[in-house]
Design a binder for this molecule. Structure first.
Ligand SMILES: C[S@@+](CC[C@H](N)C(=O)[O-])C[C@H]1O[C@@H](n2cnc3c(N)ncnc32)[C@H](O)[C@@H]1O
Length: 238
């Protein structure tokens, strides 16, 4: 079974022999792949929608893995009980939704050894939520699929981490956009990732220029200051 680069990178971050839940599993590819690879023995494949859960059911039965993968219908982490699994994967959803799913079942999320999160957008909002709520991003990677660069975070709850250093991080907005883990690792896609962000801000400015209004001016100012910060990061990485 061949996964796409994004899903393969997510799956590779699961620990050996972990009991996992794949939340928003859709086709069930991640649990099926991990069990076929013999990396894990048991998984829960969950989805809030019946259609995607049926896709997973088909994939699981095609691979004769009904005895290893349990299907659950429901929203986010609410399909789990505290301590039932070691690790959770939440991939392919928006960052705001991911943070809401964590917040809704905070007690379950707190007890996990690891959450592997792959937001499709709003990753800055997700990083902010994680930092402000005692979660540590232990590892971050970028993966390219077609023309898009995806961010994947490995996250764990650690209330001791709400420390001076983290308060300082919260002030530095730019690290919500470009995770410190990516800078630490000097991810090989980092420069391309930063360049894409710079380009996106120039595009926004291009669309706003020529229009009048206080809000527009302040948005242009915000974009320019983001570009400056991103260029500083870029020079630092270089
Ligand atoms: C774009 S698919 C991603 C599938 C797969 N995880 C991936 O990364 O390729 C998003 C899936 O999340 C499911 N989903 C959306 N909101 C959810 C929620 N609150 N709880 C669980 N699953 C949800 C959708 O039904 C859909 O199957």
């Amino acid at each position: 079974m061949k996964l796409t680069p994004r899903l393969e990178a997510v799956a590779n971050l699961v620990s050996d022999d972990a009991r996992i839940a794949d939340i928003g599993t859709d086709h069930g590819y991640i649990p099926v792949y991990l069990i076929k690879k013999n990396k894990i023995k048991y998984a829960i494949a969950a989805d809030v929608n019946k259609g995607p859960l049926n896709n997973a059911k088909k994939e699981i039965s095609l691979n004769n893995l009904e005895h290893r993968i349990e299907l659950r219908l429901g929203s986010g982490l609410s399909v789990l009980t505290v301590g039932e699994v070691d690790e959770v994967v939440i991939a392919g959803m928006g960052g705001v939704l991911i943070s809401q799913l964590i917040e809704t079942e905070f007690e379950i999320a707190k007890k996990l050894d690891k959450m592997i999160l792959q937001p499709m957008q709003a990753s800055a909002e997700l990083r902010r939520y994680l930092h402000e709520n005692g979660f540590v991003i232990e590892e971050e990677i970028l993966v390219k699929e077609d023309f898009r660069i995806y961010e994947i975070m490995v996250v764990k709850y650690d209330d001791r981490e709400i420390s001076k250093e983290q308060e300082k991080e919260q002030e530095e907005e730019i690290y919500y956009e470009v995770g410190k883990g990516l800078l630490r690792n000097k991810d090989c896609l980092l420069l391309e990732f930063i360049d894409k962000k710079i380009k996106e801000y120039y595009n926004i400015i291009g669309k706003l220029e020529g229009k009048a209004g206080e809000k527009i001016e302040s948005r242009i100012y915000e974009c320019k200051s983001k570009i400056q910060k991103l260029e500083e990061l870029r020079n630092h990485v270089h």
